[in-house]
Design a protein around this ligand. Sequence first.
Ligand SMILES: *Cc1c(COP(=O)(O)O)cnc(C)c1O
Length: 404
Amino acid sequence: MANESSTTSPLLPTFARAELSFERGEGPWLITPAGERYLDFGAGIAVNALGHSHPHLVQALTEQAARVWHVSNLYQIPEGERLAQRLVDNTFADHVFFTNSGAEALECAIKMARKHHAANGHPERFRVITFEGAFHGRTLATIAAGGQKKYLEGFGPKVEGFDQVPFADLKAVEAAIVPETAAILIEPIQGEGGVRAVPAPTLRALRELCDRHGLLLIFDEVQTGVGRTGKLFAYQRSGVTPDIMAIAKGIGGGFPMGACLSTRDAGKGMTAGVHGTTFGGNPLAMAVGNAVLDVVLAPGFLDNVERCSLLLKQRLAELKDRHPSIIEEVRGEGLLIGVKCRVPNTDLAAAARAQNMLSVPAGDNVLRLLPPLNIDETVVSEAFSRLDAACAAIEAAHMKGAAE
Ligand SMILES: *Cc1c(COP(=O)(O)O)cnc(C)c1O
């Protein structure tokens, strides 16, 4: 039966889905049609920043739904102006372009960097340096930027113009800079790559390299943004400011949206007609984005992320001591936490799921814990007990296997 539904599903089988569905959600909990409750430490891959059915988001969405959903970017969208202004007021940026996804935010960032140099009389400068282990999305350009073989294979010639270097390798970056280089694109903390943080001195050195060579520095904060790391954006931890930044995931709290933020100078080539989107920035999305910011920017919200991060890391350190054959390392910032495993990360994910807890595997054999940002210590304790039980179940299975 388990495979029946997947083989007969009308959905294109590009996802290996668990045999699990949910009827509703409440804060950090997801509830199945049979009424079983799951602790959601995946949050739709860092999307449900405020958990499920947050009253302020539900109200914003339903009020806007009764007013107007979509008008296109042929007209003024005051809610979008307001959201853009709030993002500008709270970041390095002067401008915002709204999209429907992370990959589209990256597409805008890459096009903007190329256009910037073209507008400066250097259309030959279009190459972008990226890093091994990166993930920037699934469009043709963003799989080329990410450079992962498994995502590129069979999809024809790789989009030209991306030069990949080893993770956080400054010497390799310097060697990769050529007269055609336009920009450096990096996630301050790799998410899919396994919660790998780029050291702050490396980010500073990248900034200096960009300034010295006239390159634009692009941060992909699709996963790290909107409070996930305990600051509104991860770059604010390092104090290194990009020229362009792609965001998505958390900004819609579950409503599909993204944005490309930039300085005026970086965006100088992006004039009327050169780029566009039908859906991006529509009133429904903008209403929800503003509602997310109402909560995330409220005094004390980010302090709670830092506090819960510390608590969770303490509990996970305890877990590592209790289960050294399963957990190798705990890393990450804020509530973007990676548990590097000594068993296959998918085994730990499955064992946690058997304890009614959701998490997300990542590269480097890491299990990602990405709870909603508005959790408290009770939820952290719940997560600890479930992971502890999951580890114990794996150990028991190993013991049994060894005895047989
Ligand atoms: C998820 C993600 C993307 C892609 O976002 P989509 O909305 O799936 O297109 C890009 N970059 C990073 C760092 C991500 O985590």
